[in-house]
Design a binder for this molecule. Structure first.
Ligand SMILES: [Cu+2]
Length: 387
């Protein structure tokens, strides 16, 4: 554990975590989002994931700015056609089937490359509630993956759904409204889902360097909103199309919460999630492998070569996305390759919510036996239908 260095970083980075779960306001039905791939976050059915309407549990004030928080519980980034996540409102309740035209989009944000679907991420978006009041309105959240590996009959774009039942009241009538800490602190109220975009003059020509095809890396990071931290070891072999991630998560007192190992064979499109604590193994099946490359996606803007962070004088090539992510990598002049240095994420107010940094990176895989499956995995059956 590199916890001292790690804690040092956590204070400096000040602030970076599909399926889909809605945290605030809470989604219909059960809400459980501790572990990637939770069943409660897996609802690939239009328009509310087959969850029936409930009586509204929250009141919102007409015309007011507010925050909504949701978790991308599985990342299904589609490199060639990146998806998005959005929130919409309907004044009709889904006691009978609703269509897209019944919903008005309030905010949306683009997807991001997590390089492994089991990396979850929380997003907070700003919304402005409509002026029109309602006793029962439906908020619909979607994760539109555009990923053919997630396609299902009647759901070709691999869309995941959740709904929340709300009431919208006139501002003066809602004394009992749930207190919401405004996301934007010393600034004027902003428009819906303000993206984190640098000034346009900071944008320079896109830069993309050759990704390293085989590497062993160790990373550490923290979700600053929950205080939960994590460590990763990644074995990445894009030549033979194997990957393995060992991931451990810790609470604020650095007690181990859970850990798992992912074994992915991109030739057979089989991915196993092994839980060493229970010696159990789930077969999930991965999305297609794509290069570990910052700047290869059209959604990443290259903003230049700058200090990697506040205490490291090394220079990093840096890319930002309009959804709050910043990716940094170190360019190697000899090999003309880029090695990832870190990822941070900021919410709509510019506060860093989580970060990850690599503290060890080595080209190549020392021992290919790391890709050998634990024996218990041979008996696994698929957890979710499309995986
Ligand atoms: Cu999935």
């Amino acid at each position: 554990m590199k916890l001292i260095l790690f804690l040092l970083f956590s204070s400096l980075f000040i602030s970076v975590l599909s399926h889909l779960c809605i945290i605030d306001p809470p989604q219909r039905g059960a809400l459980k989002y501790d572990i990637p791939g939770e069943d409660e976050c897996f609802r690939p059915y239009t328009q509310c994931g087959k969850m029936p309407p409930q009586s509204p549990s929250v009141k919102k004030k007409a015309g007011k700015m507010d925050n909504v928080t949701f978790q991308q519980n599985y990342n299904h980034w589609m490199f060639s056609n990146p998806g998005s996540l959005d929130v919409a409102i309907s004044y009709k309740v889904d006691t009978s089937p609703l269509s897209d035209s019944d919903f008005t989009i309030l905010a949306s944000i683009s997807d991001f490359p997590a390089y492994e679907m089991v990396n979850y991420q929380n997003f907070t978006l700003q919304v402005k509630w409509p002026m029109k009041v309602c006793d029962h309105c439906v908020l619909r959240f979607r994760y539109i993956t555009n990923n053919p590996d997630e396609a299902m009959p009647n759901n070709p774009n691999g869309i995941f759904y959740q709904c929340v039942d709300i009431q919208i009241v006139k501002p003066d009538e809602s004394e009992e409204e749930k207190k919401v800490e405004p996301l934007v602190r010393k600034r004027e109220e902003k428009v819906v889902a303000q993206p984190i975009v640098r000034k346009s003059e900071e944008k320079v020509a896109p830069f993309s360097c050759k990704p390293v095809k085989q590497f062993t890396a160790k990373a550490e990071g923290m979700f600053l909103t929950s205080g939960r931290s994590f460590e990763y070891t990644v074995y990445w072999d894009a030549v033979n199309k194997f990957a393995r991630w060992d991931q451990s998560f810790y609470d604020t007192n650095l007690n181990l919460l859970f850990s798992w190992s992912l074994y992915t064979n991109y030739n057979t499109l089989r991915e196993y999630v092994f839980n060493p604590a229970t010696n159990s193994c789930d077969l999930t099946g991965p999305d297609a492998m794509y290069d570990w490359c910052y700047g290869c996606s059209p959604l990443m803007n290259y903003i230049g070569r700058m200090k990697c962070n506040h205490i490291v004088s090394t220079l990093c090539d840096t890319w930002t996305m309009n959804n709050g992510f910043t990716f940094t990598a170190i360019y190697n002049n000899m090999t003309k390759t880029c090695t990832p240095f870190g990822v941070t994420h900021q919410d709509a107010s510019g506060q860093t919510t989580n970060y990850m940094r690599y503290y060890y990176f080595k080209q190549g895989i020392d021992d290919n036996s790391v890709f050998n499956l634990p024996s218990t995995c041979s008996k696994s059956t698929k957890k979710h239908l499309m995986h």
